[in-house]
Design a protein around this ligand. Structure first.
Ligand SMILES: *Cc1c(COP(=O)(O)O)cnc(C)c1O
Length: 495
């Protein structure tokens, strides 16, 4: 099975090439030429498997360049870094379940894919005969940087450099990055905001002079962000896995439809759910939950995607996004793989900041998607209510999903059993969660962590526990104009 670009169906490549290159030369995203279906027999087999085996089995259907055995080696390595079950399904109420995706090394759901991506990328390099080393450059507002660092640390043939805005990440996130282990990593703060870091990184990718200098040192630039198919594919697995977990525990009978409610930003997570549905998971609705930056909610309602609007900083910062890149993949599918139409929508987005899909396309989307948003108060109320009523503690991103689901229930009375995807540990955002539950404010993350634990009895995840006492390895703060120099200095030092 080949992969094609969303902007030119004739631009084809293998799964290994799609993962190696990350993005198509025409600017489009790689998608599978067709989506393979799982048979009842496949589902039965999956039901019997460990999560590692499930990942290898599902990925072997999608990524044909890799054997099941290879993929099993990757997934065993990747998910050994998790604490206990990589993604347990917790029943919080009758017919309502939470899929916890944050038991990995950085306590956010990005670990589910970013622990796998380095193996997929290393494999892709070998399969395609790539001799140069990969230099992964990341600009981060918090979660992605740390998860990428953990994923790529000490991975052969790869180095990773992460830039973050010195004053733009939480105390917890900053410490997580400054104490990063590994011999192939470099972390650096910049004087500037996230956009400055992002723009500087993009400039490096497009600067032929720097690209040439890096190549002379044996490096090719690569990206770990969620437009890479190698990040999306591992996310399909947990939809299939959680469905089979519910079948196995007699919560549902095989074939019964479920809803998934997904806190969304870049639209990668929920899109993986769409692919899982296409592969055969019985889905009633995929509910797309947004925070106050509700560009997706408006799109699903009106068919117009419009980024000409205010941008809000919220307590669910990983969903503070106006351009949801992965939506392009859904457009490709619902236009019936009409690459020209995708090109015209993306052109409108670039030139006018908006595009409008046809009514027929919107109706197609509505067959399977529902959408809603929650503002800050609704989110905090949902967190407090879950604590009080169901004795379950959730982070603000999951809180958004819960609030949106409550709203959906009121609106539809839909009794379909529902899985809420939980994307971060509550302890990654201890101040906001503590405030939501107790209505008192704390500004010190460690104090909040301690108090939250006293209050809830909820276990603190290992990666966050010893953070305060860990050795700080990276203290550099540079001007935003010096980012390229820092990259060149890093590769020159490596000799
Ligand atoms: C990245 C992230 C999201 C949003 O996921 P997308 O795939 O970008 O839609 C939600 N919650 C958390 C905690 C995240 O880190």
């Amino acid at each position: 099975m080949m992969y094609v670009s969303t902007r030119d169906s004739n631009n084809k490549c293998s799964s290994a090439e799609a993962i190696r290159d990350g993005i198509a030369k025409d600017g489009g995203l790689f998608v599978p030429e067709y989506i393979p279906s799982l048979t009842k027999d496949d589902f039965d087999k999956i039901g019997e498997m460990s999560y590692e085996e499930r990942a290898a089995f599902v990925l072997s259907k999608i990524l044909e360049d890799y054997t099941y055995e290879e993929l099993l080696g990757y997934s065993k390595n990747a998910y050994a870094r998790f604490f206990g079950d990589p993604c347990p399904v917790v029943c919080v109420d009758e017919g309502l379940y939470v899929l916890e995706l944050w038991h990995g090394p950085t306590c956010a759901f990005k670990d589910m894919a970013l622990t796998m991506l380095p193996h997929l990328l290393t494999g892709a390099r070998k399969k395609t005969g790539e001799k140069t080393k990969s230099l992964i450059l990341v600009a981060t507002s918090g979660d992605t940087g740390k998860a990428a660092l953990e994923g790529f640390r000490d991975v052969e043939g790869t180095d990773i450099i992460v830039f973050y805005p010195s004053d733009g990440v939480s105390e917890m996130q900053k410490l997580q990055m400054k104490t990063q282990l590994g011999n192939n990593v470099y972390v650096c703060a910049i004087k500037g905001n996230f956009d400055d870091a992002q723009n500087a990184v993009k400039t490096i990718f497009n600067d032929p002079n720097i690209v040439k200098q890096l190549l002379e040192k044996g490096y090719k630039l690569s990206s770990a962000n969620s437009i890479n198919w190698g990040r999306l594919a591992p996310q399909i697995v947990y939809y299939i896995s959680s469905y089979m977990d519910l079948v196995n525990s007699d919560q549902i009978t095989f074939g019964e439809k479920v809803n998934f409610c997904v806190p969304s930003g870049n639209f990668g997570d929920i899109l993986a759910g769409y692919y899982a549905h296409k592969m055969g998971v019985p889905v009633n609705k995929l509910i797309c939950a947004s925070n106050k930056n509700k560009v997706l909610t408006d799109f699903f309602e009106t068919g117009t995607y419009d980024i000409n609007r205010d941008f809000y900083k919220t307590i669910s910062p990983s969903m503070d996004i106006l351009i949801s890149s992965n939506l392009e993949r859904l457009l490709y599918e619902i236009t019936g793989k009409d690459d020209k139409k995708v090109v015209s929508y993306m052109k409108d987005l670039k030139t006018k900041g908006k595009y409008t899909i046809s009514e027929e396309e919107l109706n197609k989307i509505k067959e399977i998607f529902d959408a809603g948003y929650a503002d800050e108060d609704m989110t905090k109320d949902a967190i407090a209510a879950e604590d009080e009523v169901d004795d379950y503690i959730m982070d603000p991103h999951t809180g958004v999903a819960m609030a949106v689901y409550d709203d959906y229930l009121d609106r539809t009375n839909d009794e379909t059993k529902t899985i809420i995807l939980s994307t971060a540990s509550a302890y990654k955002f201890p101040c906001d969660v503590y405030e939501a539950i107790t209505e008192s404010k704390l500004s010190d993350a460690f104090e909040a962590t301690k108090k939250l634990q006293n209050f809830t009895g909820l276990e603190i995840p290992e990666p966050l526990m010893g953070l305060k006492n860990r050795e700080v390895r990276f203290n550099d703060i540079i001007e935003k104009t010096s980012i390229a120099d820092a990259v060149l200095e890093y590769v020159n030092k490596g000799e």
